[in-house]
Design a protein around this ligand. Structure first.
Ligand code: HSE
Length: 425
């Protein structure tokens, strides 16, 4: 039986998942393709390292170009991550007329348009399902099964580390730092979790989702982002009391000729399907103008789930090698803006004396922000009390202007948090 040869760049968690799935699902793969999959060359850093995959020693090399230029390899699988040197490797592979599969969100978000045009020019395919949502088949679903739709919005919980941390804070009462440690202990968070907790990882993924949803490339620099490091147990408790969970949302919303993209913690109503997405799980909730609401849920990281997405792409290429592919067509020209006209939750600490609430409410009013509810929490034990406001819908810049004035008031000790309330309208 004919074998399709794979050249693999990197042999870490995802690559070993890929090799293991090819082995334990061999019958399924062969029956589906009517071909075998074989590995020709694998790029590694260390030739002597023990690995939990069943590959002969001769396939390993420390020279990336031995993999990329190997005449037997028809598909190059890039699993080293990061922009450099993956960018050069993928360009070389495509120019060598080899199909490429990658899980590299930073690279695709940054150079996806250029790489897709190189692929199209060379008549080969570039696929990257594993770059967003790990094992969740979101990109190909949007590109193929939902291609009959214009998308009105896409909301994702697309970072498992932060979802795990927020879930543990909400369900087990952990402080932020404790939840981070627990996530690290279980392997959900990196030793340096900053790219996850600061929202960078989700912003890369949102950039890719937005290109598919709206046909428009927006670089991460153009996506406002806020991470979860300032979320406290008090905010989570207040959210619960008001009927919400706090989630790190990646949002893409289209209105007329505008799109708004952002990554930020949000109050999500407890009865919304995204509220039920817990711990390390991811989900993407879409609204298509024909299909309506669709949500895909699953594991956003890990050896086998991400390996599953990579192998799915490889199998698609093997089945469609002879068909041309236009890549993602970026023809839409929306205005990208971030007015964020939403309700907001605001928590502040104020001096507990007559007239304080009235003076704060009037500063909100002066800046065009109308209040929906106000709750005064119990005393902090000193002379101050926490106040919790939910506003009516207002533009974020009006909220910021109001809080700028409010923060200067002598009776306000601190503006503790501002969190967008997402009602998915
Ligand atoms: N670090 C990511 C997450 C997984 O926590 O979801 C890889 O994209």
């Amino acid at each position: 039986m004919e074998a399709i040869k794979l050249g693999i760049l990197g042999m870490g968690t995802v690559a070993s998942g890929l090799i293991n799935i090819i082995e334990f699902n061999r019958n399924k793969v062969v029956n589906s393709l009517n071909k075998e999959l074989a590995v020709s060359k694998v790029l590694v850093n260390n030739l002597d390292k023990e690995r939990n995959v069943n590959l002969p020693k001769e396939v390993y090399t420390t020279d990336a170009y031995e993999v990329i230029n190997d005449k037997d390899a028809e598909i190059i699988v890039e699993l080293i991550g990061g922009i450099d040197p993956a960018y050069d490797y993928i360009k070389s592979a495509l120019n060598n007329k080899k199909h490429v599969v990658t899980a590299n969100k930073a690279l695709i978000a940054t150079h996806g348009e250029e790489l897709e045009s190189i692929a199209v020019k060379n008549g080969v395919k570039l696929m990257y399902e594993a770059s967003v949502g790990g094992g969740i088949p979101i990109l190909n679903t949007m590109k193929e099964n939902l291609s009959a739709n214009e998308f009105d919005s896409v909301f994702g919980i697309i970072n498992g580390t932060t979802n795990y941390i927020l879930t543990q804070m909400a369900e087990n009462g952990l402080e932020y730092e404790e939840a981070v440690k627990e996530a690290q202990r279980l392997g959900f968070a990196e030793a340096d979790p900053s790219s996850d907790v600061d929202g960078d990882d989700a912003a890369f993924k949102l950039s890719i989702l937005a290109a598919l949803a709206f046909g428009q490339r927006v670089k991460v620099e153009g996506i406002p982002k806020e991470g979860i490091t300032k979320i406290s147990k008090d905010d989570i408790a207040n959210a619960k009391e008001l009927g919400y969970n706090i989630k790190l949302l990646a949002s893409g919303i289209k209105k007329d000729d505008k799109i708004e993209l952002r990554v930020h913690p949000a109050f999500v109503p407890v009865d919304h399907p995204l509220s039920m997405v817990k711990n390390e799980f991811n989900a993407v909730f879409l609204k298509g103008n024909a299909v309506g609401e669709v949500m895909l849920y699953g594991k956003g990281a890990g050896s086998l789930p991400t390996g599953s997405a990579v192998l799915g792409d490889i199998m698609y290429i093997v089945k469609n090698m002879d068909k041309s592919d236009a890549g993602v067509v970026g023809s839409k020209k929306y205005r990208v803006e971030n007015k964020a006209v939403k309700q907001y939750y605001i928590r502040m600490t104020v001096v507990d004396k007559l007239g304080v609430l009235g003076s704060i409410a009037s500063l909100f009013g002066k800046n065009g922000v109308s209040l929906s509810s106000v709750v005064q929490r119990q005393k902090n034990g000193h002379d101050t009390v926490p106040l919790v406001f939910i506003t009516h819908e207002a533009e974020r810049k009006n909220i910021d202007a109001a809080l700028e004035e409010i923060s200067k008031s002598k009776v306000v000790s601190k503006i503790e948090s501002i969190i967008l309330v997402e009602n998915f309208k």
